[in-house]
Structure formats: C-alpha cells, structure tokens
Design a protein around this ligand. Structure first.
Ligand code: FES
Length: 139
C-alpha cells in the first residue's frame, strides 16, 4: 500500500490537533466498522470559521484527512465549509489507497456534526446541512 507524501506529512505532523476550550460547535463521529472516532471543535465569528481543531483516535489516513480538512475549512464561511467534501480533502492529499478511502468520511461527517451543533445552538440554518449520523456504517 502506497501513501502520498502529503498523506505521510499530515500523518507525521498533523495540523490543528487539540481542543478549543469554548468552541462554538463540537461534533463527534465514529466509524462503526473500524471503531475509529473523530471529534471536531470550531470557533466561529460572523459566519466565518476562524479556528478548527480535532482529536482523532484512528488510523493514519483518518488523522491525515482530519488534519487536511481542518486546514481547508479555516477562513471559510459555514456554507463554503459544507462544500468541502471527503473527496476534495482526499484530492488535496493526492489521494488515498482504495482500502483507505472510507477513512476520509470521518472528517467530513465530524465537520458536519460540528456545524450542526453550532446551528442548533444559535438557531441558524445552514443551507444543505442535514442532521448528521453519530456512526458511519457504509463506505
Ligand atoms: Fe478506521 Fe481508517 S481504519 S478510519
């Protein structure tokens, strides 16, 4: 199995690891198949994601996609962040081996869960956002 240099870089030196103490949105999702878990913390000001951090108890591909996804959403509006799919994150990492493609879903789903949490707390609606699942079963 071959990992791209970008995947290795984000796995060895993950960006944005940690927690945000007074996060505006928090989301956690687990992958029911492998048991891996990702938690995302967002700081949101004027509809812009000004900071994002994560904790991923998971495989290298899950950590690398979590790292890249949090990098990609910083500075984005809520709607823009919603457009950043697992596929886009994977492309930014120059791909993942086929058996690890499902791992990238964790970051996307946890991000959606954090956006959902923010929307619930503030009474805001985010176009295109649906209530996320707590566990991913497919992929
Ligand atoms: Fe579980 Fe990669 S093996 S997310």
């Amino acid at each position: 199995m071959e990992y791209s240099q970008k995947v290795m870089d984000h796995f060895m030196n993950p960006r944005n690891v940690g927690e945000i103490a007074e996060a505006d949105g928090v989301g956690q999702v687990g992958n029911a198949k492998c048991g891996d878990i990702m938690k995302v913390y967002l700081k949101i000001e004027n509809d812009i994601i000004v900071d994002a951090k994560f904790k991923t108890f998971g495989c290298g591909a899950a950590i690398a996609t979590s790292s890249m996804a949090t990098e990609m959403i910083k500075g984005k509006t809520l709607e823009e962040a919603l457009q950043i799919t697992d596929r886009a994150v994977m492309e930014a990492l120059d791909g993942l081996p086929p058996v690890k493609v499902h791992c990238s879903c964790l970051a996307e789903e946890a991000l959606h869960a954090a956006l959902w949490d923010y929307a619930q707390k503030t009474g805001r609606t985010i176009d295109g956002l649906q209530e996320p699942k707590k566990d991913i079963h497919e992929h």
